[in-house]
Design a protein around this ligand. Structure first.
Ligand code: ATP
Length: 269
């Protein structure tokens, strides 16, 4: 991953507030009274067992899933905000993206510039520069001319993240950003997000299944179980053996470290 490329222009993060969020599928509730706040430049990890509502929560915050309750960015309600304004504030990298056929990786990443470009205008120099920068940072240079659908799962995941970063949002919402990545690429992607957060003040909200990565990179964690917030706080406060036993039915040992706790699964008798 190149550390040489010029940083994208700082955009500054935004504070995210979610208040009393309810959502469901048909009559079945998936989220009940969910509430969280992330400071500008903060990193909130949303964790929880399978089916606890993490993806539904991200999609509701984005306005992609019907919900009740409020989502405010720097105090402004998202409801009713024009789509283009919203896209300049928030970018989203879904867990299972549907990638367009017949488009190169470079042109796919360029789609992230859409909210910043005049409608139907050709990409400007600044758009190409931002795209080249994020592709360099995510080691996608060698794949720029390949059809994006032909990339491997992990390469596609990095392309989706590159598109979201090319959008230069103030808040980045990531659904399992490391799920398809090997350990080295997972750490590189999370290190990059951490740098963007610290240098440019980008606000990050991400779901993460890997609790050790969640414990080491997120500043705060919100634990969902059956659609409700059951624990929140610093990683050391949330990632305890008792909490993991109660909500995941898991046996684990917690290993404290300088950057947060690591979670070591322990085999039963
Ligand atoms: N399209 C859908 N139709 C009906 N129910 C759905 C749909 N999508 C999700 N659900 C249900 O809503 C609940 C929350 O799902 P969600 O995908 O948000 O959980 P999650 O925490 O992201 O899960 P995972 O960790 O397995 O990705 C689950 O019970 C799930 O079965």
């Amino acid at each position: 991953m190149s550390g040489q490329a010029a940083a994208p222009p700082p955009t500054g993060g935004a504070r995210v507030e979610v208040i009393g969020l309810d959502a469901g599928y048909g009559r079945r509730p998936a989220l009940s009274a969910v509430r969280f706040t992330v400071a500008a430049g903060g990193w909130l990890g949303i964790i929880g067992p399978n089916g606890s509502g993490k993806s539904t929560l991200l999609r509701s915050v984005l306005g992609l899933h019907p919900h009740e309750g409020q989502v405010r960015i720097d105090g402004l309600p998202l409801t009713g905000m024009p789509r283009r304004d919203r896209a300049r504030l928030l970018a989203y990298a879904p867990q299972l993206p549907v990638l367009p056929e017949g488009i190169s990786t470079r042109d796919y990443v360029l789609l992230g510039r859409t909210p910043h470009r005049p409608l139907l205008a050709a990409p400007r120099r600044v758009d190409r520069e931002v795209v080249a920068d994020v592709m360099g940072r995510l080691e996608l240079d060698g794949l720029a001319d390949r059809a994006v659908v032909t990339l491997s799962g992990g390469e596609q995941q990095r392309a989706v993240l590159a598109r979201a970063l090319a959008q230069q949002p103030r808040v980045l919402l990531l659904d399992e950003p490391t799920a398809a990545l090997d350990l080295g690429h997972a750490q590189q992607v999370l290190d990059l997000l951490d740098r963007l957060r610290r240098q440019d003040g980008l606000t990050v909200v991400s779901t993460l299944h890997d609790l050790t990565l969640a414990g080491q990179y997120a500043e705060r964690l919100t634990l969902l179980a059956e659609g409700r917030v059951v624990a929140e706080g610093s990683p050391a406060e949330v990632l305890t053996a008792a909490v993991l036993s109660e909500h995941y039915g898991a046996r684990a040992r917690i290993v404290p470290g300088p950057h947060g706790p690591a979670v070591l699964p322990v085999r039963g008798a």
